[in-house]
Design a protein around this ligand. Structure first.
Ligand SMILES: [Zn+2]
Length: 156
């Protein structure tokens, strides 16, 4: 049955409902959360963890959604780290577009040691959005497969 909270035109809801394609598909899920490859210009291997329900504010998460979040982010960041061997994995939430609060989604982004040291944190993401280079769909699918394999191995 379709999620009654699903909002057409919301990127996260559209991805979850299959109304918008996401190369690599579903990478990880819990009962209340889904993880996909980021479709925006934040590089190959950057994932998005979003609640399956259309939730716009962190304070609107219910107790079960909140309880699943920490372990999910830890597991997802760990798998990204294992696949990409980054310097750091950023985990952050902005969820604001055109001055409108949006469906909350955590970015899980591997950052290589080789990345320009002048571009860190929010500056790195701002520069990547400015450049607007969308990840190659085939590379997104490959990254998704590799991350899924690590997550599956972790589950034993
Ligand atoms: Zn939504």
């Amino acid at each position: 049955m379709a999620d009654p909270s699903s909002v057409e035109g919301c990127i996260s809801c559209d991805l979850l409902a299959g109304r918008r394609p996401c190369p690599g598909g579903l990478i990880e899920e819990t009962e209340r959360w889904a993880v996909n490859h980021c479709v925006g210009p934040l590089g190959v291997g950057t994932l998005i963890a979003a609640p399956k329900r259309h939730v716009v504010h962190v304070w609107d998460l219910d107790a079960e959604e909140a309880a699943e979040l920490g372990p999910l982010l830890r597991r997802t960041a760990g798998a990204v780290a294992e696949v990409f061997d980054p310097h750091q994995v950023y985990v952050c939430l902005w969820s604001h577009a055109d001055n409108v609060p949006g469906h909350i989604h955590w970015v899980v982004q591997p950052v290589a040691a080789s990345e320009n040291p002048a571009r860190r944190g929010a500056q790195l993401q701002a520069a990547m959005f400015e450049a607007g280079e969308l990840p190659d769909p085939a590379a997104m699918e490959d990254a998704a497969d590799r991350i899924r394999a690590v997550l599956a191995a972790d589950r034993g």
